[in-house]
Design a protein around this ligand. Structure first.
Ligand SMILES: [Fe+2]
Ligand SMILES: [Fe+2]
Length: 137
């Protein structure tokens, strides 16, 4: 399994696109790890690491939204809280049904990019890009 960065996933604001690219690199490394048959603890640690990196990325987006008074900040942050919460919940489920839970994590991350990035981060990226053009920041 591999999620490729492509035109459809770009939001048009380089700092966000760079972080998304880095996250996908971690996600794809995670898929390789899983497919190589790594033991459960290694996989668990990797999912934990992914969860932390997604949370850090969400904090960065939050900082940009607050700094530039993004109008849809509340909804976007709600979405982040939900996404990070669900990813965390999957970590716990991994102890019970490892294979099913891994497929669930992979599907969840795919959906994150297909849904939140397209519908949440893209309008944010457009807004930040326009702000950057106007203010030079
Ligand atoms: Fe994002
Ligand atoms: Fe976001």
């Amino acid at each position: 399994m591999k999620i490729e960065m492509n035109e459809a996933l770009l939001v048009g604001y380089a700092p966000i696109d760079d972080e998304h690219r880095a996250l996908l690199g971690l996600v794809n490394a995670f898929f390789v790890l899983v497919e190589s048959g790594a033991d459960r603890q290694t996989v668990y640690d990797a999912v934990d690491g992914l969860s932390v990196n997604f949370a850090i990325h969400c904090e960065h987006e939050k900082g940009w939204m607050l700094a530039h008074r993004y109008p849809d900040t509340a909804n976007h942050l709600d979405d982040h809280v939900k996404l990070i919460g669900e990813l965390g919940a999957m970590l716990y489920r991994m102890d019970e049904a490892c294979d099913d839970a891994l497929a669930e994590v992979a599907k969840f991350i795919e959906n994150w990019f297909a849904d939140h990035v397209k519908h949440g981060d893209r309008p944010l990226g457009k807004f930040l890009k326009e702000r950057a053009v106007k203010t030079g920041v």
